[in-house]
Design a protein around this ligand. Sequence first.
Ligand code: DC
Length: 221
Amino acid sequence: MYYSIAIDGPAGAGKSTIAKRIAEQLQFIYVDTGAMYRAMAIYFLDHAICPEEEAAINEACESVKVSITYEDGVQQVILNGENVTGRLRREEVGTMASKTSVYPAVRKKLVELQREIARENNVIMDGRDIGTCVLPDAVLKIYLTASVDARAKRRYDELTAKGEQADYDVIAKDIRERDERDMNREFSPLRKADDAVLVDSSNMTIEEVVSCVSRLFEERK
Ligand code: DC
């Protein structure tokens, strides 16, 4: 019997930061499911498949191979034998992932992979539909959110700290658009599972969120 913890929420709420910290504390495997949708997006971008071309996307889902390995505890995503981890975080990849994750064929393929990993490991998995669809029996489900303003500010600070150009208004607009798409798609939209605990991190530090999640896990395990 393995434990699963599900963390869902909108882009930029801090899911991966929190999940990584908890995974380290509990010695669980951190599964970043967004990275899998991003890997499929890289395939579509590299093969000039547009997000509107559902038939080509369905066909690709039958042949494309996405798998996950871990190097020093860090998730690596392999796309048809190539490690694409370094390319996953690009903006155009995130947008393409959001647009192509609406298709049932894409979702079915990746959900199977996610469940397979959870069957054989203690996992903390983050995404949009983990509590509602992928792992309905997770011992703990967290819906981690934050205001658009807080999320945009964090992203702005992150980019400028790296010395990159950033425009707050553009970032906030992208976040709103991504929320809109992820929450209103037909299949497995982002929503809080009925039995998930809502955590609003707008005014919380990372440490506060981590201790809140680990306390909840200790109570339930
Ligand atoms: O979490 P992220 O930004 O890496 O996710 C990229 C996109 O992938 C997100 O906008 C929607 C999609 N996604 C999804 O549909 N379901 C998941 N479980 C994870 C991500």
